[in-house]
Design a protein. Structure first.
Length: 201
């Protein structure tokens, strides 16, 4: 086991990778692609995040061992979501306001918090299947005005406020757990409400 760790450390050194161990996980990362930054989360409070700073817009490799991808790609120009490692547990607002993103990411089993993951992704047409490990999904697709295929949601979902808010082209929604709050879930979903009205006549 120690030999394996040593080999990874030697390989990381040869590739000029940086080592990180802390609240975001334990991993090596390319400093030309990612940086550990302090992110303002409101009320003067900041927290460390792994931020993407690379120039590539697709075929991005996320460090294996990261558990927290909150805000990582928010507001970047990526056009293709990277593969998320199986170690990821939270990805709050990970792709928010990525206005060139068209397809959703493959979410790993074990991820628990995807709050606001695609909020404001105005070109997103096809979303993500939400594994049953997900507990928190409020604002997941909020403002995804081009979304037409939302895919399934977690059977264990606890928070779903504004899940599909302002998804103007959404025609249907998958089955939601019965005991969750439905506050604002379908507010502004023009096509969905129009279709429902037509089905009533």
């Amino acid at each position: 086991m120690e030999q394996g760790v040593e080999n990874r450390q030697n390989e990381a050194a040869e590739l000029s990778l940086c080592a990180y161990e802390g609240s975001l996980g334990t991993f090596f990362y390319d400093p030309e692609q990612f940086q550990i930054a302090q992110w303002q989360v409101g009320n003067g409070v900041s927290r460390p995040v792994l931020r993407y700073i690379g120039s590539a817009v697709k075929k991005i490799v996320v460090p294996h061992g990261v558990v927290d991808l909150d805000y990582t790609f928010q507001g970047t120009g990526i056009v293709e979501p990277p593969r998320l490692p199986p170690t990821v547990r939270t990805a709050r607002y990970a792709f928010a306001n990525c206005i060139r993103l068209v397809l959703g990411a493959l979410l790993p089993e074990g991820i628990e918090d995807v709050t606001g993951m695609y909020q404001g992704c105005t070109m997103l047409v096809s979303g993500s299947c939400m594994p049953n490990s997900v507990l928190h999904g409020s604002y997941f697709y909020d403002g995804c005005v081009s979304l037409s295929v939302p895919y399934t949601v977690s059977r264990k979902l606890q928070d779903a406020t504004a899940l599909y808010r302002n998804c103007k082209n959404l025609l249907f929604v998958p089955m939601l757990p019965e005991d969750i709050s439905r506050d604002e879930i379908l507010d502004g979903c023009v096509a969905f409400h129009s279709r429902q009205a037509q089905l009533m006549y």
